[in-house]
Design a protein around this ligand. Structure first.
Ligand SMILES: [Zn+2]
Length: 204
């Protein structure tokens, strides 16, 4: 959907309520820039000379300069992309920006309080991984963390990126936390370092 700004309605996605708002970023360019920004902050900040701290933060000015060169956009467009990102991939704080999750570079992120974590989480995977998962649990593969969703539909959608018939797993997050394991909430995604097999139930 397009992103825009209106004197009366403020920032909006699609169309604003009064209908007088101005579109500042068309849907197709928005998707392109979101993808690039996600790669930039998760995987290749150094390729563009970005200085990234140990928690994954980079200066918004530096990101703005790169996106201006490549796409001719400015601060407003970046703020709109971050605000309306459906997967909550980005956050802006104190003139800095970072990806909330999904890094392949080494970054530290904070653990969440247990009341932010639902009792049950879900993860879908290729059937060929099942045997190993039931033996050793869920381990991060190419990414640095195990990713989980708070509903089955999203989990299956993620699983389908890797195969047509993913196996759905239910993770007993409540028991994990009780046993002293930690989980992070990052936007609409939940991550952890390892899920031992005793907390995993195969839903099929
Ligand atoms: Zn309006």
């Amino acid at each position: 959907m397009d992103l825009g700004i209106c004197d009366k309605c403020g920032h909006f996605e699609g169309r604003c309520k009064c209908g007088k708002g101005k579109i500042v970023l068309k849907s197709d360019l928005r998707i392109k820039i979101s993808k690039f920004l996600s790669g930039l902050l998760r995987h290749f900040p150094q390729s563009f000379g970005l200085r990234i701290d140990e928690e994954g933060w980079v200066y918004l000015d530096e990101v703005e300069r790169i996106l201006k060169d490549r796409y001719g956009i400015g601060r407003l467009e970046i703020e709109l992309i971050v605000k309306f990102d459906k997967k909550g991939r980005f956050e802006i704080r104190d003139n800095k920006i970072r990806a909330r999750y999904g890094h392949s570079i080494d970054v530290k992120t904070d653990w969440s309080e247990s009341d932010e974590i639902p009792d049950k989480l879900y993860h879908a995977t290729h059937p060929k991984n099942l045997k190993s998962i039931l033996n050793v649990g869920l381990l991060p593969m190419k990414r640095r963390e195990v990713h989980m969703c708070d509903n089955t539909r999203d989990a299956i959608e993620v699983g389908k990126r890797h195969c047509n018939n993913p196996i759905l797993l239910e993770i007993n997050a409540k028991e994990m936390l009780k046993s002293g394991f930690k989980i992070r909430k990052k936007g609409s995604v939940y991550t952890t370092d390892h899920v031992p097999p005793e907390f995993i139930r195969v839903l099929g």
